[in-house]
Design a protein around this ligand. Sequence first.
Ligand code: GLN
Length: 474
Amino acid sequence: MNLFSLTIQEAVKGLKEKQFSSVDLVTSCLERINQEEKKLNAFITVAEEGALKQAKNCDIQLASSGPQIFEQKPLLGIPAAIKDLYNTKGLRTTAGSKIINSYVPPYDATVVTKLKTAGVVIVGKTNQDAWGHGSSGENSDHGVTRNPYDFTRVPGGSSSGSAASLASGGCLFSTGTDTGSSVRLPAAYCNLVGIKPTYGRVSRYGIIAMASSFDTIGHLTKNVYDNAKILEITAGKDDLDATSATEKVPKYTQVLGQSIKGLSVGVPKEYFVEGMDNKVKESVLEAVKTIEKLGAKVKQISLPSSAFAMSCYYILVPSEISSNLSRFDGIRFGQERETFGDEAKRRIILGTYTLSAGYFDAYYLRAAKVRSLVKKDFDQAFKNVDVIIVPSSPSLPFKIGEKSDDPVQMYLSDIFLCPINIAGIPSLNVPCGFAGGLPVGMQIVGPQFSEELLFKVGYAYEQVTDWNKRTPKI
Ligand code: GLN
């Protein structure tokens, strides 16, 4: 058995029963990274030495305290890959950009602190579209990441390396950020489970900001159980992030296995449109049928403002980006502004324009109003249904280079994803099919703070299907 192919749940069991050590587990992932990295380019920094040291330390703790140590440290010895947007103390953090190419943070992001406290071993920092700007992994200043299911295709972005490394066995889970799509799209394109939690559910402290009123912190895993487990650890109020929510964090794993009989599921007509890939449509509708067979009631619904979501997103997000990136002025941090890549420059220019006097009312303010309409659609829908099911992407993972010269086409890959960030609600990507050897993902979307319900539905679906068990042949 290859240790890198285990789920977190299986690995914890094996560690408790002394079938293998954390050093064995971490070594297995590091070997896999060494084998695959040239093809995938999933990492910006591999922390081989540090990871092995941490793993040894975990083994010592386990040997001296016995398996009950997992009650305090539920992820002891588990190898994880961290998106390069997360500050990691003493470990280079570049945000995928050459601007801060040699930055070594003096502190950890809150999520990193929480994961380390839970016993996680960090194997490295993953490649990403610079600053989180992108849907394909092609906007990284550190080169393109490839999809492990087909090296000629994109893995989805911007958490491209996090998805590619997990799907190929470089870690047992990975972290991402989702401002408009960036956990769910790579999860969908690499056959993984990915959560975009409610805005504010997880602290953003120490994570390099993209668009602050949209940014959410999420995780990628091989199955729903592992995802629920990680969110249990990372969610919660953080005094260092004023936007983090005070809502109690449920024990997400405890509801897994409960029946979904009587659940009402909405299927919005605006998300099954002409021009989308038929195979994607069929897979998602088939998944809805499966959920219906589990006892759910399916209803057609409408989210009429969806048509305006992309325009709204591409005004508000660049506006916030132009403000957030202004601190990289070549004086306080890193390189001169000329070093920004094309996409960052495009967004800085666009955002500066939409915020400037004379244009603010016409663009920013109107887009902010449209934001309320998009949110209202969802609020209205959730009066009638418990969850909404939609595809994660209108297409299968596309070819590298196919959309990189056409920003609008690239932006449209997020058409089913960014409305959820506009509304600030949670969504879980779950693998739901394959077409021509490429994965298809669907989203289970719910009202604010309904992560528990999303995991319950995703888990119920996963128990009667096995899409998430398929792995790439590499
Ligand atoms: N693809 C979207 C963008 O480029 C979303 C990115 C993200 O979620 N970080 O804005």
